[in-house]
Write a protein that binds this ligand. Structure first.
Ligand code: GAR
Length: 208
């Protein structure tokens, strides 16, 4: 069994998608948040998953918060830490501590649109295709080796909200698959690239 710790800041729909996928050999050891009122924490607690929170507002520096969060995470001996809507910029110390076992879901087709407001920016740029990316986390924001991507069309009538909803459906497919591939030992980092050995697909739509 591989221990997975998931970090969230709010709703937690990506975390829910990972839990619901019931990934073989994966145990969701804990769901942690920087926001004690994150809706996803209550959802996980109802399913008897360990939950905890630590408010960044109680710390003087980014590093002090990250170090305290690392202590909480490490108590669960994670094989993999998943950032699923964890809205914090991480220190290099945090990234290095979990190097090769820290992944993030980002709501754009990286390397386009790192950072925030990705859907508004994709629409304003006239993109016809938008999407999401799962990547290994490195100290440079939203720049680590790409594991998986999901693409969706952008319509002329899209608002940032309608596009976000369409992208979110793709997020819920690629994040559980990326976790399953990691747990199944199918991901290998080669320089800046991730090589994925073919294996079981959780969802037939990913083969389309
Ligand atoms: C998701 O769209 C995720 O890609 C995004 O936050 C949302 C969280 O939703 N993450 C980022 O923007 C990270 N920079 P969720 O809480 O329902 O999973």
């Amino acid at each position: 069994m591989k221990n997975i710790v998931i970090l969230i800041s709010g709703r937690g729909s990506n975390m829910q998608a990972v839990v619901k996928a019931q990934i073989p050999n994966a145990r969701i050891a804990a769901v942690l948040s920087n926001n004690e009122t994150a809706a996803g924490l209550a959802w996980a607690a109802q399913r008897n998953i360990a939950t905890d929170s630590l408010s960044h507002k109680n710390f003087d520096s980014r590093l002090a918060f990250d170090e305290a969060m690392m202590r909480k995470i490490d108590a669960y001996q994670p094989d993999l830490v998943v950032l699923a809507g964890f809205m914090r910029i991480l220190t290099p110390e945090f990234c290095r501590h979990y190097e090769g076992r820290l992944i993030n879901i980002h709501p754009s087709l990286l390397p386009a649109f790192t950072g925030l407001h990705t859907h508004r920016r994709a629409i304003d740029a006239g993109c016809r295709i938008a999407g999401c990316t799962v990547h290994f986390v490195t100290p440079e924001l939203d720049c680590g080796p790409i594991i998986a991507q999901g693409a969706v069309p952008v319509s002329d009538h899209d608002t940032a909200d309608t596009l976000a909803a369409r992208v979110l459906e793709a997020e819920h497919l690629i994040l559980p698959q990326a976790v399953a591939d990691f747990v199944g030992g199918r991901l290998k980092i080669s320089g800046s690239r991730v090589i994925r050995n073919t294996g079981a697909q959780l969802d037939a739509r990913l083969l389309a």
